[in-house]
Design a protein around this ligand. Structure first.
Ligand SMILES: NC(=O)c1ccc[n+]([C@@H]2O[C@H](COP(=O)([O-])OP(=O)(O)OC[C@H]3O[C@@H](n4cnc5c(N)ncnc54)[C@H](O)[C@@H]3O)[C@@H](O)[C@H]2O)c1
Length: 273
């Protein structure tokens, strides 16, 4: 029986994921219900899909659908805070895209506790970065350092308050605009929070993970580079991300990784950690 999915958030990631499920490209899954605080977005998305999922007018209408076994959050950190625990209490698994919410260790341990009590799982796709399998394995033994260097084109920083206040919103040449703990980076660069948060969760935590943000006027794409040094040796991974068509702040790879996670959940052979 296909895995019944309830989708929260019908923006860039939600729409790409819904289309993939509809076309049978996301493993053995079917979209049962969609919900967005902007009702029109949910209605428009549902209409475009062959499977014509139900449109929930509020969260309760989504959670009451018995056929939903997995709720995919592709909405916002506020949505994770508002709904994650309810989803798990209702006996459903959860996929979280707004990983930045999980930097709040109090919320994460509460989510963990409720999931355990209810025998549920929380899936966090690797999102816009690669190499998490290696970071996760390496973190089992001693790690000396985990560094994330994110290079950004100026347009990707155009609405960043810290960049505006400290650098007047522009630099003439490649400039390191922040270097410090992931925890602080998540606060100063909320649009980049998911990558730093996911890396922190699998590695050494948000206080010990070092994030370097570089403004690069010559760049068109968001480039993430991960460096890990530990007992196992050295790991370096670099991803040059193309933005998604629907939301330039969201890398296309993030949506693809949500689809890949659905495949991993529903297919019998699981490759990679
Ligand atoms: N894990 C990663 O690497 C990664 C990468 C990119 C984006 N993201 C995160 O994934 C989430 C979705 O990204 P997107 O590009 O699809 O965003 P988007 O802005 O294109 O779409 C989000 C949709 O969710 C809806 N929404 C927001 N809050 C809601 C709430 N509380 N309840 C119901 N609906 C709500 C909005 O109306 C919007 O339609 C964002 O939080 C983004 O930061 C994660």
């Amino acid at each position: 029986m296909p895995l019944g999915i309830g989708l929260i958030g019908c923006g860039a990631i939600g729409a790409i994921l819904a289309k993939a499920v509809d076309e049978g490209r996301a493993g053995d899954a079917c979209l049962v219900v969609v919900f967005d605080e902007n009702l029109k977005k949910a209605v428009d998305l549902a209409q475009k899909l062959k499977s014509k999922p139900k449109v929930a007018r509020n969260f309760n209408e989504l959670i009451e659908c018995e056929d939903v076994k997995l709720v995919v959050e592709a909405a916002s950190q506020e949505a994770v805070k508002a709904y994650a625990i309810e989803v798990l209490r209702a006996g459903k698994d959860l996929m979280v895209m707004s990983v930045g919410a999980l930097v709040d260790s109090k919320l994460t341990s509460e989510i963990n506790r409720i999931a355990k009590e209810n025998g549920r799982k929380i899936y966090v796709p690797s999102g816009a970065i690669a190499g998490l399998d290696g970071v996760k394995a390496s973190a089992i033994d001693k790690i000396e350092k985990v560094v994330l260097t994110t290079r950004k084109p100026l347009k990707a920083l155009s609405d960043n308050l810290y960049f505006k206040e400290k650098f007047g919103g522009k630099v003439e040449e490649l400039t390191v605009i922040y270097e410090g703990p992931a925890l602080e980076a998540c606060r100063l660069f909320p649009a980049n929070v998911n990558v730093a948060a996911t890396l922190s969760l699998v590695g050494v935590g948000a206080e010990k993970t070092v994030v370097r943000v570089v403004a690069d006027p010559a760049l068109e794409r968001n480039v993430h580079e991960i460096e890990v040094k530990g007992e196992f040796g050295d790991l370096v991974v670099r991803v040059e991300n193309v933005p998604s068509r629907e939301n330039p702040k969201t890398s296309y790879l993030a949506a693809l990784s949500a689809i890949a996670t659905l495949r991993k959940i529903t297919e019998p052979i699981v490759i990679g950690t």
